[in-house]
Design a protein around this ligand. Structure first.
Ligand SMILES: Nc1ncnc2c1ncn2[C@@H]1O[C@H](COP(=O)(O)OP(=O)(O)O)[C@@H](O)[C@H]1O
Ligand SMILES: [Mg+2]
Length: 366
């Protein structure tokens, strides 16, 4: 977008707006460039013209938690400019961004010469935005608490479920053995066993989800080797489902990851893609590509695309669509695993064309 139509500039009278636009320094930044670090002394206000900026706060062990993001027409860094206090989070470019930065002294001078009503208008806007952010934060915190509680409940229920389930499995197996010559009985027993296995799998999926990140075991992992193992394990399944699978991964990409969990993510996404392709003979391509500090893994299918109805709530638990037996947990588990690896996951989808999942994981640092 053009700087003159940015909402921040539009707050000012034409003369000041022109001054601000003239003094602003417009620059395009590549992916993952850090605009400022947490704790830095603020010197500029930034207007987002294109792309996206993520705000991350340092947590423990060199890990970061994403706390907010800014999109075109948003601005950021105003608090530090107004009160001079250090930056409260790191700002990092995501997907490349064009920003206009306005030096602190220029802005303060123009603000000093601006009508009170304009300043008030601007303040109102900033306060409004602060309220929304605070509300979102509070919602996130209470949601997390609720999920922890739900997780504990699910945990106990599922544990209690598992032993009667295995009894059902065992007894139907014995019945089957006793009446081997009776076709009806063996058929019914097979059905019972099949369903018991399915319920156990579902219970395990729920358990996995409720456990969340508690059991993450990160280790240095050779990505190409892991992806080849993954392909091998899925070869028969993919052939049976009539899906052509291609893997592109350069050698010697090292990531710090819990291999089992990461395989779980890929498995969930591949199964979804296969289910979406529905035996029509589709294609799935998995690609890994190293970036400066990250590796990007994409999983692309040429299926029907993700239904519009669930695109906004896609990664939430229990969101399922168009499946008789969906649990709606596959992608929620995938997201929680990627999040605990300090990575990112998102998708691009087009109706009738297909879907691509894009995962970014931090590269091993040492
Ligand atoms: N690659 C894909 N193409 C089209 N739709 C998809 C794809 N992956 C997931 N979906 C949709 O997203 C929903 C949620 O997936 P998921 O969280 O794994 O739950 P489940 O598979 O149990 O329904 C699926 O029900 C399906 O409608
Ligand atoms: Mg699924």
């Amino acid at each position: 977008m053009d700087i003159h139509s940015h909402q921040f500039i539009a707050f000012f009278e034409p003369e000041q707006a022109a001054q601000l636009a003239a003094k602003a320094i417009v620059e395009t930044y590549p992916d993952l460039v850090v605009i400022f670090e947490e704790g830095e002394v603020p010197d500029y206000l930034y207007l987002v013209l294109e792309g996206k900026v993520l705000f991350r706060k340092h947590t423990i062990n060199d890990h970061y938690q994403i706390v907010a993001q800014a999109n075109p027409d948003d601005f950021f860094g105003e608090f530090g400019i107004l009160d001079g206090k250090p930056r409260s989070a790191q700002a990092m470019v995501c997907e490349g961004a064009t920003l206009a930065r306005i030096p602190r002294n220029v802005l303060i001078e123009i603000l000093n010469n601006t009508k009170g009503s304009t300043v008030l208008h601007l303040f109102n806007f900033i306060i409004q935005r602060l309220r929304v952010t605070t509300q979102e934060f509070v919602q996130q915190v209470t949601y997390k608490d609720k999920m922890v509680l739900l997780g504990e409940m699910v945990n106990t229920i599922i544990h209690d479920f598992k032993s009667p389930l295995s009894s059902i499995h065992l007894s139907s197996g014995m019945l089957r053995e006793m009446y081997l010559e009776d076709e009806d009985t063996t058929e019914w027993c097979d059905l019972i066993q099949e369903q018991a296995v399915r319920m156990t799998a579902m219970a395990e999926e729920l358990l996995e989800f409720s456990k969340g990140s508690a059991s993450l075991k990160k280790q240095p992992m050779d990505l190409a080797a892991a992806l080849r193992r993954f392909e091998k394990l899925n070869r028969i399944y993919l052939d049976q489902e009539n899906v052509a699978f291609t893997l592109h991964c350069p050698e010697s990409i090292m990531v710090e990851a819990d291999e089992n969990k990461l395989m779980r993510v890929l498995q969930n996404l591949i199964v979804n893609a296969v289910e979406a392709l529905d035996g029509d003979g589709g294609e799935i391509t998995m690609t890994a590509q190293p970036l400066p500090n990250w590796v990007r893994i994409t999983i692309q299918d040429n299926g029907p695309g993700i239904p519009l109805e669930i695109r906004d709530s896609f990664f939430e638990a229990f969101v399922t669509y168009g499946k008789k037996r969906g649990t709606g947990l596959g992608t929620a588990i995938a997201k929680s695993i990627i999040d605990t690896h300090q990575g990112q996951i998102r998708f691009e989808t087009q109706e009738g064309e297909g879907t691509t999942f894009i995962i970014q994981l931090p590269l091993q640092t040492s």
